[in-house]
Design a protein around this ligand. Structure first.
Ligand code: ZN
Length: 92
């Protein structure tokens, strides 16, 4: 995180930390922390899935493959959401 102050995604005014709704323009704020959490969780699931799929056989290998797919989806989805939001903020 480069800035410790939150800014509204709509009007760029500083808003109190943890505020869900901008006090200036009343737009709902996305939680960047949630996205980071999703990406980190996805990365961990991916890593764990690779280890399980490579090191084990049988049911746990299947579980590893499922983790791989889920982790990949989470990581890509989280990144895509972040990029979408950046693009939307720049378009305004
Ligand atoms: Zn605002």
């Amino acid at each position: 995180m480069s800035s410790d102050r939150l800014r509204c995604v709509e009007c760029r005014e500083p808003i109190p930390a943890g505020a869900r709704i901008c006090p200036h323009c009343r737009s709902i704020q996305p939680s960047p922390l949630l996205d980071v959490g999703v990406v980190v969780a996805g990365a961990f699931a991916l890593l764990f899935g690779v280890v399980l799929a490579v090191m084990t056989v049988g049911a746990s290998r299947l579980l590893g493959l499922v983790l791989l797919v889920v982790g990949f989806g989470l990581a890509v989805g989280g990144c895509a959401r972040y990029v979408d939001r950046r693009a939307a903020a720049r378009a305004r």
